[in-house]
Design a protein around this ligand. Sequence first.
Ligand SMILES: Cc1ncc(COP(=O)(O)O)c(C=O)c1O
Length: 362
Amino acid sequence: MEQLRIPGPTPLPSEVLQVMSKQMINHRGAEFGQMLNEVTDKLKQLFQTKGDVFLLTGSGTGGLEAAVVNTLSPGDKVLSVSIGVFGERFAAIAEQFGAEVIPLRFDWGRAADADSVRRALQAEPKIKAVLVTHNETSTGVTNDLASISSVVKEFDKLLLVDAISSLGSINLPVDEWQCDVTVTGSQKGWMTPPGLAMVSVSQEAWQAHSKAKMPRFYWDFAQAKSYLERGQTPWTPAISTVFALSVALEMMLKEGLSNIVARHARVGKAARDGVKSLGLSLFAQESHASNTVTAIAASNGLDTKKLLRVLREEHKIILSGGQQKLDGKIFRIGHLGWVTVDDIEAVISALRVVLPQAGFKQ
Ligand SMILES: Cc1ncc(COP(=O)(O)O)c(C=O)c1O
């Protein structure tokens, strides 16, 4: 069997795979309603929020669009804190819907710095919201969201968070860190196939929603809320993916959030220690290296494309390359969701064999 070690979609436990073959049910019936209510309650526990949580059928990017169109109006100034590909995407969505985006960019591989966020907010008092990526999957960096959030809240701004590759794997107490909209995706740490974005919505986000004028229909949180009160979603949901999520959440709560976070910390450390033991260097600033994805710099003659091909063809291990300007410059190991230290050690052992074949010289 192939070992899929990319940063999503991630492998599924057999319990989750099995439930995906269940027959369809009426999405306006009692059985679905009960499942939706239970799933929503469990998600609230894992988001660590007492606010609203909605299941949206779509990918993570849809959830980011929902965060923007539900809280902002054309012409609103937003600060985009960007450390990689996904930070740029969040900003592009806001810009597409008419926000005036003020970019605050950091070198790829580095984390955002809260003092720079403070200076940017001081420089432009009219900023309404701050967009930030908690875990930048393209560079393997986790931002210090607690510090960024406390600066954003010093200035009383909305905080919209892309937590697509962190929530459910890396600690993110949504209420404590005052995140107004927090977005994640089912195919990441949730041991569930692609198809669902899960979002939390704070009271402040609801206040912003009541004034927000960006066009919205499919993603309207008010529709999601009024249907959820009846145990439904406004539009036909990805029912099989909800079946899967329901079983996966059961497994996650059984393991316990703090144990899940600790397991990801162990797995992340095993990945970093492992690649360093092979003479490779991390692409990410190590103090902020992610526990869900490790990005490794191509150095010493390493041909990352050949590396990925040989790993796939001869070892059945699938890793990711770099995105956009990082194509050919890094490769990435995904380690989120259903993953153990042994799984990562198997990747490191295969890398030890394949690195010299892919041109790497110590
Ligand atoms: C941090 C981050 N943001 C956004 C996305 C986009 O999510 P999706 O591909 O589900 O639309 C991803 C997916 O890789 C991601 O890792």
